[in-house]
Design a protein around this ligand. Structure first.
Ligand code: NAP
Length: 182
């Protein structure tokens, strides 16, 4: 059976996700949540994969990449770019999924798409993308990249309490794809 994909994203009240190649906010509690969700595995010895666009890879400080204890996958169409050993480089989402399964089939647990806008747009339309982990930040930031509208195709599954951190309030939600009868 085909493995399902999850998206993890933090969005503002207008679905904004970034500005000038970086995050528009600094919310340590959300970074910790991101690390927990993407690192947690169902069985010892397994590992999750994180798929990201080249610009999101660039936005991660060098000391933090590749993201620890996760299979890092970068999408780029530029064949001349060099990445650290162990990073899977793919020319598209489908190729990335194939490469992950081929190289890590036994060890692989879950697959997360972690951004940015271009890769979220591709992933959300993939039929295997069933879960969204969305941090909703209760503010509007100045953004130049956005998460696509998803509420019509995904239903709320769980919602955390509202968290208050250094002037920002936010909550962690999980959504599941609604399977529509055709
Ligand atoms: N709020 C959040 O949760 C969150 C999460 C992640 C990122 N972000 C933000 O999002 C922004 C980056 O998003 P972005 O849309 O500009 O860039 P992106 O999606 O991270 O990366 C875009 C690049 O990825 C490659 N790419 C994208 N789709 C591809 C495909 N289908 N096949 C092959 N390669 C593909 C291309 O690389 P080449 O140009 O090398 O060919 C493209 O230029 C930043 O501001 C970042 O901080 C926010």
């Amino acid at each position: 059976m085909k493995r399902s994909l999850s998206i993890i994203v933090a969005i503002d009240q207008e679905n904004g996700i970034g500005k000038g190649g970086v995050l528009p906010w600094n919310i340590p509690g959300d970074m910790k949540h991101f690390k927990n969700i993407t690192t947690l595995v169902s069985e010892e010895g397994k590992m999750n994969a994180v798929i990201m666009g080249r610009k999101t890879w660039d936005s991660i400080p060098e000391v933090f990449r590749p993201l620890k204890n996760r299979i890092n996958v970068v999408l780029t169409r530029n064949k001349s770019l060099q990445f650290e050993e162990g990073v899977i480089v793919s020319s598209g989402l489908k190729d990335a999924l194939k490469a992950i399964e081929e190289q890590y089939s036994e060890k692989l647990d879950k697959i997360f798409v972690i951004g940015g806008q271009q890769v979220f747009n591709a992933a959300i339309n993939d039929a295997s993308c069933n879960n969204l982990f969305v941090t909703h930040i209760n503010k509007i930031f100045d953004c130049d990249v956005f998460f696509p509208e998803f509420q019509g195709n995904f239903a709320l599954k769980s919602k955390s309490e509202t968290i208050n951190e250094a002037g920002n309030t936010y909550c962690f939600c999980e959504y599941q794809r609604i399977f529509k009868q055709s």
